[in-house]
Design a protein around this ligand. Structure first.
Ligand code: FAD
Ligand code: NA7
Length: 485
């Protein structure tokens, strides 16, 4: 195979990674087709072109987080002299949901127009491999077979469900929450990864009772000191946490609510009634649905993801980017960057590989957590405790004083090598706008930021980001990291 193919590149999956690669390849003169197809969720939710981030991920998540923050801001506003009357302020889930979905529809539309303008052929159909050089898909016009020189697997992932009675019938996931027609009400969130915590955070912020079932530890893979501060802050804001618990069953009650039974690690059983059960127990890659074995592409035995060094699978003309990759960060900018660089290597004569190190990210919990680089645990594991210096500080955001907002979890730390100018290995920040704070420091770390350079940087006053330029207390010193006054 390989000769006389119809396309230069066929991309399976029109999400962050697939679309970025397709647009770049087309700009470089390649003939490209993109297939995108969304299988409805068990309760029937479906959406348009653009993948997870736009439809059921980053974008609706950030908008609902913002809605929750505004609720807080209303209370702060009073202390700043805003007279809000009448005093009983309500939130309409329906209005929020409609506004969020309206924005998503407009992005779906713009994406479609952009593909047309850029001459990327878009096919609304589910792609399946017939053989290593052919993808087949059912469209409204009938079956189509597409042959290509190169293929890109960018199918992403979908939420997993636990194998317990009632999960599929009565549970929902992040694929459903952002378009839920009824207010979610009292909600149990199963899973304490970043998606679970973010959903619990904005639901509580919008006024709903929220309980999180944590199987082992919160935010596994993240710095655990920071993760525990995030959880403590959420508890202060009224989110309940049930530690070392897993769900056992979900049943419908006579009045249409949900009876949930869970169990702790001592096998003790507990139960409560909820309106919504939201599973956030991780995501599985959509490789099986692609009949990937017919192409000869190997997947990891533990999670069906694709181990593809330099985005190339074991079948040399088949590539993969995004969430489908084994042990790579599941983040939109990672998928986009890798897709674009791959297109340049395939069609633009580039040799630049994707760098997956030191990718910054933010957990959008009520107090946000922004991070770039290594956790304290990882740094110690990699370099040894004696070779690491950790600077830390609690700080007081100026704008927190008047409303007397809690500052007890406003904390940051810098993990660095101990020798010489102390190369920075990781930066961690809990507070408002954590993503905005961390992004610039991520660029500084790309330029080999040191603690010496950080300390000689003049801050912007009064900001919270300037706290990074004021660090001077090491954990090793044992000095109090609380601000003087
Ligand atoms: P996707 O965007 O998932 O796109 C894959 C597309 O392929 C989908 O449209 C899928 O339906 C389609 N498809 C699958 N199989 C086939 C097939 N066989 N044929 C045709 N089409 C197919 N990342 C961030 O950077 N920041 C965040 O704040 C953030 N928040 C998130 C919040 C939530 C709730 C979730 C779920 C994710 C979040 N992410 C966030 C992660 C981000 O959405 C993903 O990393 C990103 O979308 C991955 O892009 P992708 O191209 O790999 O796959
Ligand atoms: P994560 O980060 O994989 O988190 C999943 C969470 O769900 C985590 O707290 C798990 O606990 C928990 N979990 C997993 N399976 C179960 C079952 N069966 N019962 C109860 N709890 C469970 O997924 P997210 O959806 O938050 O994020 C998706 C991806 O984005 C993630 O893979 C990251 O790479 C980035 P555990 O710690 O395993 O005990």
């Amino acid at each position: 195979g390989g000769a006389n193919t119809e396309y230069d590149l066929v991309v399976v999956g029109g999400g962050s990674g697939g679309l970025a690669a397709a647009k770049e390849a087309t700009a470089l003169g390649a003939k490209v087709a993109v297939l995108d197809y969304v299988t409805p969720t068990p309760i029937g939710t479906k959406w348009g072109l653009g993948g997870t981030c736009v439809n059921v991920g980053c974008i609706p998540k950030k908008l609902m987080h913002q809605a929750a923050l505004l609720g807080e801001a209303i209370h702060d506003a009073k202390t700043y002299g805003w007279e809000l009357e009448p005093d009983n302020i309500h939130h309409s889930w329906e209005s929020l949901k409609d506004a969020v979905q309206g924005h998503i529809k407009s992005v779906n539309w713009v994406t479609r127009v952009e593909l047309r303008d850029k001459k990327v052929e878009y096919i609304n159909g589910q792609g399946k491999f017939l053989d290593p050089y052919t993808i087949t898909t059912q469209t409204k016009q009938g079956e189509r077979r597409l042959t290509a020189k190169y293929f890109l697997i960018a199918v992403g992932g979908r939420p997993r469900y636990p194998d317990i009675p009632g999960a599929l019938e009565y549970g929902i996931t992040s694929d459903d929450i952002f378009s839920l027609s009824k207010p979610p009400g009292k909600t149990v969130i199963v899973g304490a990864g970043y998606i679970g915590l973010e959903c619990a955070g904005f639901l509580r912020g919008l006024g709903y009772e929220a309980t999180v079932l944590v199987r082992s530890i919160p935010l596994r893979g993240f710095d655990q000191q920071m993760a525990n501060l995030i959880v403590a802050e959420m508890e202060d804001k009224g989110v309940k946490f049930e530690h070392r618990c897993i769900p056992k069953s979900v049943q419908k009650t006579d009045d249409g609510r949900l009876h949930v039974v869970w169990q702790n690690d001592k096998k003790e059983e507990f139960s409560d009634i909820f309106d919504t059960v939201l599973f956030a127990i991780g995501r599985r890659a959509l490789t099986k649905e692609l009949d990937i074995e017919k192409a000869g592409v190997e997947v990891a035995p533990d999670n069906e993801k694709i181990d593809a060094p330099n985005e190339q699978t074991n079948v040399p003309h088949i590539f993969a980017v995004g969430d489908v990759l084994y042990k790579k960060p599941e983040l939109t900018p990672v998928a986009i960057h890798a897709g674009r660089l791959l297109a340049r290597r395939l069609f633009g004569g580039s040799t630049t590989p994707m760098d997956y190190e030191n990718v910054a990210t933010t957990v959008f919990t009520p107090l946000e957590y922004g991070v770039v680089g290594l956790s304290e645990e990882k740094a110690i594991e990699r370099y040894g405790e004696d070779n690491i210096e950790v600077y830390h500080a609690y700080y007081k955001p100026t704008e927190f004083f008047i409303p007397q907002k809690s500052i007890v979890h406003c904390y940051l730390k810098v993990v660095a090598l101990r020798e010489g100018d102390q190369k920075v290995l990781g930066m961690h920040f809990i507070g408002p706008q954590a993503g905005e704070v961390i992004q610039g420091f991520a660029a500084a770390m790309k330029c080999n930021l040191t603690v010496t350079a950080l300390m000689s940087t003049v801050g912007i006053h009064p900001t919270i980001a300037e706290e990074f330029t004021r660090i001077n207390i090491t954990k090793r010193s044992g000095k109090d990291p609380n601000p003087a006054s």
